[in-house]
Design a protein around this ligand. Sequence first.
Ligand code: NAD
Length: 267
Amino acid sequence: MSEPIKVAVVGAAGRMGREVVKLVLQDEELQLVAAVNRTHAGSDAGLLVGLPEAGIAIVEDVEQALLDSRPDVMVDFTGPRFAYAHTALAIKHGVRPVIGTTGFTSEQIDELDKQCREQHIGGLIAPNFSIGVILMMRFAAQAAKYYPHLEIIEYHGDQKLDAPSGTAIKTAELIAEQRQELRQGNPEEEELLEGSRGGYYQGFRIHSVRLPGVFAQQEVIFGGFGESLKIRQDSYERASYMPGVKIGIQKVMEQPGLVYGFEHYID
Ligand code: NAD
């Protein structure tokens, strides 16, 4: 077997970071060489995630951790205010970034792509690592060619601030690329209660359900002649993103330049 890929996890004590630490510690093709977090300095990364002691203590300084541990890949799940600086630091030190943190601007992505190419290393920024979500969106767009009447229903926890979700908007955009604009339903339809028919997008509707206990789910319902087709994806927990994170870690080892969007790695 070839050498394991050396991974530094930044944001290691966060909700997503802990899942990444678990992934890396439990996968023999990966090796945890550093765990960075603003809090929990000195804690053992393994014990922190409920696994045996890993011998890797959480440290606070990203650049120092990269210099000391010389990883092949840096995975970052921190916050939008820090991720750009962390990504630029990783590239500067020849470490391939795999970034799950959201909120990059297109100018920042272009700049980081340039830096990756100058250093001849790969990189990935992926706002969504779920393979199931990417396939659900792709299947929905394909179905819209044949079934132009559809509605999207997305379900998230009750504390989510934005509606509809980013995934619902992205799904709607992909569908719109395959479907002529078509105003569905009865032209004389009237809402007796405002909002009952959901958000309007190119003639179809998007509904956002917000309930405690829900993590992230979405269905796209297509209505045809005497039939309906439902394409649905349910995420129950953050671990659902980890198979995608592993693919990301492996793919950035292969080719130089920054890829934006995990869908580019899914055939
Ligand atoms: P979180 O708040 O639970 O974790 C963030 C962690 O990063 C915390 O432990 C915090 O102490 C640490 N941190 C913050 N700034 C830091 C810094 N400068 N240096 C070192 N550590 C720092 O958040 P979360 O729920 O794990 O989400 C993190 C990010 O991942 C968010 O941007 C979220 O939108 C994104 N996210 C992406 C995906 C995906 O599939 N790409 C999935 C879920 C969440």
